[in-house]
Design a protein around this ligand. Sequence first.
Ligand SMILES: [Zn+2]
Length: 97
Amino acid sequence: MACSALPLQIAENNLTHCHYVSLHCRKDGEIRIALQEAPASESYHCPLCQAPCYWIPLGEGGTLRPLPFWNRIQDSHSFREADRRLWLDLKRRQVQA
Ligand SMILES: [Zn+2]
């Protein structure tokens, strides 16, 4: 799917546009956060211990969940996977329609 098709896909499916970022907290490890906007500064506060952490962008997407939400990588392996499956489901639905 081309990047330019993403906003349309999101609007059509009532998804909220979001930015995924990965935080590396010294105490808590890797945490992935979905935000409405990418952080404005180069650090973002860890949702667990509030320490400022460097973040890296993971990409943009759409979600049905209220923003922001986050997952600690040890706790869930399904964060990215769940969204990938959502996209695949949407694609499948569109193919059938
Ligand atoms: Zn932390």
